[in-house]
Design a protein around this ligand. Structure first.
Ligand SMILES: *Cc1c(COP(=O)(O)O)cnc(C)c1O
Length: 356
């Protein structure tokens, strides 16, 4: 019989649990902000074709620099970006980990603005980077003065801004991003995992003048490709060179590259449901408001709903009805992903019953 306590694991990892939201087989899964619409058949066929072509070459290692994919991602992003300014990995979580490996590490500190994405402290810990979270003011909005003040106070080497912010849905202005960049000499990463749902402009437009700025994106959310594990970033060529130093060789498999290229060929189709999802998001907000709950405005594909006297009971009751949402640990709240119209109808009907 072996158990983790008996192993000579790193001291700082003792007692830690693997991170991850519950994966439960339920009819309505609204807990990890996926695009709940399936892959269109036309796209699926192109993906299968490209995978078939890649399979026969699997005896060889893949293109370590995945330049075709980087080119395709650069074209998709626009903003005059070139392949050399784009990097990708198995999910933007891996992009973040590579970023921390290159720019964080022992003796360095990362600052972020909580409540925010719970992988930031995890990745900081894994890479032995100190981590602090400045608590957002009420309403969760970040002003230029607030971020600059927190940076002056904490003197970080890395600043993370999640825009729009997970789990609150809060939008971030470019003025705030500019203020953060100007407030220190370190690396600023703007995590735009939900940018496709957002009204505001992207920090991509700031890249030409800011060599310490990194904008990360993912195919897991709006792009409906979470299972393929593809995240990416845009930055200066120098930042990409840093990522190339810390990445493991051949980290993106030939199958991943082929699937991502095929999906990007159909980017308009893959993103076709974004507007519909926003409609469902706004429907969740207005229904919850009518019932006297306190949903926060959201610029993403999920809503943080406050005002539950017993969110845990609501979570369990919804789960019993086949609807999985997320308890992110903020008192009185639940975070709910906007799914299809039918899923939202089911969700709202069940909440209405519970509130009755
Ligand atoms: C979902 C999410 C990611 C990462 O997702 P990947 O699937 O690893 O690309 C990154 N940042 C935020 C804020 C997210 O919510």
């Amino acid at each position: 019989m072996s158990s983790l306590e008996n192993l000579p694991i790193r001291d700082d990892l003792r007692g830690q649990e693997p991170y991850g939201a519950p994966q439960l087989a339920v009819p309505v899964s609204l807990n990890v902000n996926e695009n709940t619409h399936g892959i269109p058949e036309e796209v699926a066929l192109t993906i299968v074709e490209k995978l078939a072509a890649a399979v026969v070459g699997l005896n060889r290692y893949p293109d370590r620099e995945f330049l075709e994919l980087r080119e395709s991602l650069a074209n998709f992003l626009g903003h005059g970006l070139s392949a050399k300014q784009v990097w990708a990995a198995n999910g933007s979580n891996e992009v973040l980990q590579q970023f921390f490996t290159a720019f964080g590490g022992p003796g360095r500190k990362a600052l972020s603005f909580g409540p925010t994405y719970s992988m930031y402290p995890n990745i900081a810990r894994i890479t032995l980077t100190d981590y602090v979270e400045a608590e957002r003011p009420e309403g969760y909005e970040l002003s230029p003065e607030f971020v600059a003040g927190a940076i002056a106070q904490h003197q970080p080497d890395i600043v993370l801004i999640c825009a729009p912010n997970n789990p609150t849905g809060t939008a971030v202005t470019l003025e705030t991003v500019r203020a953060a960049y100007g407030a220190f000499e370190g690396m600023l990463l703007v995590d735009e995992a939900y940018a496709e749902f957002s009204q505001g402009p992207s920090s991509l437009e700031l890249l030409p003048t800011k060599e310490r700025l990194v904008v990360s994106r993912t195919m897991s959310k709006a792009f409906a490709f979470a299972g393929a594990r593809v995240g990416y970033m845009a930055a200066s060529e120098a930042v990409v060179d840093a990522m190339r130093i810390v990445r493991l060789p051949y980290h993106l498999s030939a199958l991943t590259q082929a699937a991502a290229l095929a999906a990007l060929e159909h980017s308009a189709l893959m993103l076709a449901n974004v507007e519909k999802i926003k409609v469902q998001r706004d429907r969740i907000i207005s229904a919850c408001r009518q019932w006297g709950l306190k949903p926060y405005d959201s610029d993403a594909n999920f809503v943080l709903v406050a005002g539950f006297s017993d969110p845990n009971a609501v979570f369990e009751d919804l789960l019993a009805k086949g609807v999985l949402v997320r308890d992110v640990g903020i008192p009185g709240t639940l975070r709910i992903t906007a799914g299809t119209e039918a899923e939202t109808t089911k969700l709202l009907a069940e909440i209405a019953l519970l509130l009755d």
